[in-house]
Design a protein around this ligand. Structure first.
Ligand code: PLP
Length: 388
């Protein structure tokens, strides 16, 4: 049976060209970039090349790119790195209620250490209102952290507008752009961001490598202590093969992103339309237009998303009920709850996220298989029976 992968938002396969670029750095060019001999220099040059490749993808200067161990680490670094050294100047952070756990849990940690956090609400599409950001600012606010696009429902937030508000108020602005970079154009100057998080495994690079973009002049305290790697901003011997892989992935994304986004938008809209028209009692979650090109999130009422997922998996189709990180607990996702979805819809939510190798045939196959699965499950569903 051919397997169809529609969970690119959880992780992407590593691009073959990325693999090819990485391999020599496990074998012949294995040097420690801090060594002054030629092996070390080779590794160090490779890192600088990757730094340039990543910088070019987001309109940054190469010295503003700091490699981290993941997107989660980049988020932790940004939030703690800004907050901790400013504690005596201010202790207030503004974020949204639909952030990834990497930001939310970091904020919760800081709350235990004397910080106060405003978790802004979102509308029914999962959109943050920039006016809410403006109104939440106090003279103790030191950081605003609002994600670029949501990982579960794909809504693209008004980041440039929020960045403008932050800049006028002279408050640092961080955005978690893990789901965005490499998929739609990102320019750190147009977005008015001071800090931006990236994760390689969401853009056809390897797992376990990320980036925190830190605008020149932004004061962020180190998060890892030890050696003086990454200009003293992130201690630890660099993961050279992974950094090289991320650099290559960024270079490929720059070349292919626009065309890919166009293709994926067509497939996305076909899948949304097919599900909403072909299966009754279904709704689209997230914004209809301000939406990532590869994200389809729908609620299928009267059935559990997990049951659909297992049946899809048996049919060779791999999707998700939410972010991979939260799919092991059966609580409705905090994102759908924050959007105000009733229990019935939140529990029947499914995310299909497509990518570089998704074809129209894959989408057709979902549309062929899904209605049958839903009818079968609804026939057994006590929820469906009580609704009649
Ligand atoms: N932020 C967002 C929006 C994500 O979707 C993810 C991963 O799912 C992360 C952060 C964490 O990235 P990583 O898996 O590299 O730690």
């Amino acid at each position: 049976m051919k397997r169809i992968y529609l969970d690119y938002a959880a992780t992407t396969p590593t691009h073959p060209e990325v693999m090819k670029a990485m391999l020599p750095y496990f074998t012949d060019s294995f040097g420690n970039p801090s060594s002054i001999h030629s092996f070390g220099q080779e590794a160090s040059d490779a890192i600088e090349k990757a730094r340039n490749q990543v910088a070019a993808l987001i309109g940054a200067k190469s010295e503003e790119i700091v490699f981290t161990g993941s997107g989660t680490e980049a988020d932790n670094f940004a939030v703690k790195g800004v907050a901790l050294p400013r504690h005596d100047k201010g202790n207030h952070i503004i974020t949204s209620s639909i952030e990834h756990h990497a930001v939310l849990e970091t904020c919760k940690f800081l709350e235990k250490h004397g910080f106060s956090v405003t978790y802004l609400p979102v509308d029914g599409y999962g959109m943050v209102d920039p006016n809410d950001v403006k109104e939440a600012i106090t003279n103790r606010t030191i950081l605003i952290s609002i994600m670029h696009a949501n990982n579960e429902v794909g809504t693209i937030e008004p980041v440039a507008e929020i960045g403008n508000i932050a800049r006028e108020a002279e408050i640092y602005f961080h955005t978690d752009a893990v789901q965005v970079v490499g998929h739609i154009p990102v320019d750190v100057d147009k977005l008015n961001v001071d800090l931006l998080s990236i994760s390689a495994h969401k853009l056809y690079g390897p797992k376990g490598i990320g980036v925190l973009y830190i605008r020149k002049g932004t004061r962020v305290s180190s998060f890892m202590h030890g050696g003086s790697q990454e200009g003293g901003r992130r201690a630890s011997t660099e993961n050279v093969p992974a950094i090289v892989g991320l650099g290559k992935a960024a270079e490929i994304a720059r070349q292919e992103m626009l065309e890919e986004a166009q293709k994926l938008t067509v497939l996305r809209d076909k899948l949304i339309e097919g599900i909403l028209k072909g299966i009754e009692h279904t709704q689209l979650n997230g914004h209809p237009v301000m939406r990532l090109p590869n994200n389809v999130n729908v609620s299928i009422n009267y059935v559990e998303g997990e049951s659909i997922l297992l049946n899809l998996d048996l049919a060779g189709i791999c999707a998700s009920t939410g972010s991979a990180c939260s799919s092991s607990d059966l609580e409705p996702s905090h994102i759908l709850v924050a959007m105000g979805l009733p229990h019935l819809q939140a529990h029947g939510s499914l995310r299909f996220s497509s990518g570089k190798w998704t074809t129209e045939d894959d989408i057709n196959q979902v549309l062929n298989v899904l209605p049958g699965i839903v009818s079968k499950l609804r026939a057994m569903s006590p929820l469906m029976k009580t609704s009649r």
